[in-house]
Design a protein around this ligand. Structure first.
Ligand code: PAF
Length: 295
């Protein structure tokens, strides 16, 4: 695997591949690679002739400078983890390559970027949309791989690729979990031992709420119970816990179509997110079924 740091060298490689008629897959990352990222790389290698993994800690998607400063930077161990997978290039541009002096363009997606992490982290999805658009163009990728753990990000990227007529196909891949159910994330490394033992409660609480809702339980009640369970397990605050439609991410108060439960909660100073699917009910309880529920 070659490590490439400039757009010019990257372009020379991709042009050679194109001349040979080869397809290109890209896995955009900010490093601190874990099994979730590696599952994306594995799939990209299976589906493309050539694979580029990008590593860039994108300052434009951090609304909190402390979060940016704390983000792990582990290029050497990331490169080592990638070795067995057969990716061709690890592309590690610096800030000047990505945002040279005078850079003044923002890609902004409305609708699916609003609320959830878009509400809790203003500007975050503009930063993501801008950097992934640049990475798709720089890598000339046919396919780009994203995890469903960041489900809102996946929808934002899918929307922008469609709206901007990019040739890159967006491939969503299942969330990879630890044995205890905790969704894999670079942030998990920041949890001390005690909080790390509490963290899997997220997956349990989401699964329980999804089961209750998909069997006809009231959404508001299921979400209240889930919030109470998280706070009593030791979570500090909950940024959001919501049922949203899939894939347009509209707020839902009744499970009348397929949706997902989305959660962001703070534990030990670390913000954790997760989401699970909720099947839409064939027949949704009406206000007559729940006479005390406000219409
Ligand atoms: O999911 C991430 O790690 C980042 O948001 C991404 C897609 C690499 C863009 O910086």
């Amino acid at each position: 695997m070659l490590i490439i740091r400039t757009k010019a060298e990257l372009r020379a490689m991709t042009q050679d591949w194109r001349r040979a008629g080869e397809s290109i897959g890209v896995v955009p990352t900010m490093g601190a690679l874990h099994a979730g990222h590696l599952s994306l790389v594995d799939r990209a290698c299976a589906e493309n002739d050539r694979v580029i993994v990008t590593l860039f800690v994108n300052p434009k998607q951090f609304n909190n400078p402390e979060d940016l400063a704390k983000y792990p930077r582990t290029e050497d161990s990331d490169a080592e983890k990638l070795t067995p997978y057969g990716a061709d290039i690890l592309y590690v541009p610096d800030g000047a390559q990505m945002y040279p002096e005078g850079f003044a363009t923002t890609v902004s997606v409305t609708g699916v970027s609003e609320g959830l992490c878009g509400g809790a982290r203003p500007g975050h999805f503009d930063g993501v949309a801008t950097v992934v658009t640049k990475l798709f163009l720089q890598t000339d990728a046919d396919r780009a791989y994203f995890g469903e753990k960041d489900y809102q990000q996946l929808q934002v990227v899918t929307r922008l690729a469609e709206d901007l007529d990019l040739k890159t196909e967006i491939v969503g891949c299942p969330t990879i979990r630890e044995e205890d159910g905790l969704a894999m994330s670079s942030r998990n490394l920041r949890l001390a031992k005690g909080p790390r033992e509490i963290a899997p409660v997220i997956a349990q609480v989401l699964d329980d709420a999804a089961r209750v809702i998909s069997r006809g339980g009231q959404v508001a009640q299921a979400l209240d119970n889930a919030r109470a369970a998280l706070l009593s397990a030791g979570f500090d605050t909950i940024d959001y816990l919501e049922l949203r439609s899939d894939p347009d991410l509209k707020l839902m108060t009744r499970a009348d179509r397929p949706g997902r439960l989305f959660l962001a909660a703070w534990l030990d100073g670390v913000r954790l997110i997760d989401n699970v699917p909720v099947a839409g009910l064939a027949s949704v309880p009406t206000p007559e079924d729940h006479p005390l529920e406000p219409a």
